[in-house]
Design a protein around this ligand. Structure first.
Ligand SMILES: [Cu+2]
Length: 151
């Protein structure tokens, strides 16, 4: 009974947003994160976003209960080999294209961690797209120092 009411509420909340947001065309593959040492340093998550639709989709933000300030960042390395990162803003994915979030480039920065990220656990990450569409994924936490989904 309560579940049915919640489902109805969901539909009502989803109502005002157009269906053309395109998030239903986004496929998220190979999501992973690295275990953290406590909560004093930010965590990061990586994945590939694939747009299987006929329209461009724009990733506008991310949310997760494990971090108060999640943000999409882009790391760049200058000609002196110094790496810096900055907020990447909105990420637009053309129809049929993929965007990789991987170490050294785009990443989901999880600032102000609310709990340690422990190897073997996972956490939900909500990707928000322009138009209000959302994709919720579960991100597995790999070992400390992992470099990719294969460890
Ligand atoms: Cu970052």
């Amino acid at each position: 009974m309560i579940l049915a009411a919640l489902a109805a509420l969901n539909v009502a909340l989803a109502g005002p947003w157009p269906a053309l947001a395109g998030s239903e065309d986004v496929v998220v593959e190979g999501a992973w994160a690295r275990a953290s040492v406590g909560t004093s340093r930010p965590g990061a998550a990586y994945m590939t976003l694939r747009n299987t639709g006929n329209e461009a989709v724009t990733l506008t933000g991310i949310m997760t209960p494990i971090a108060m300030m999640p943000e999409i960042h882009r790391s760049t390395t200058n000609d002196k080999g110094v790496s810096t990162m900055a907020p990447a803003g909105e990420i637009t994915i053309a129809p049929g294209e993929s965007v990789a979030m991987a170490p050294g480039g785009l990443h989901a920065m999880l600032m102000r961690l609310q709990e340690p990220m422990n190897e073997g656990e996972s956490f939900p990450l909500t990707l928000t797209f322009s138009g209000g569409g959302k994709v919720i994924i579960e991100v597995p936490i790999l070992k400390l120092g992992a470099r990719g989904p294969e460890g």
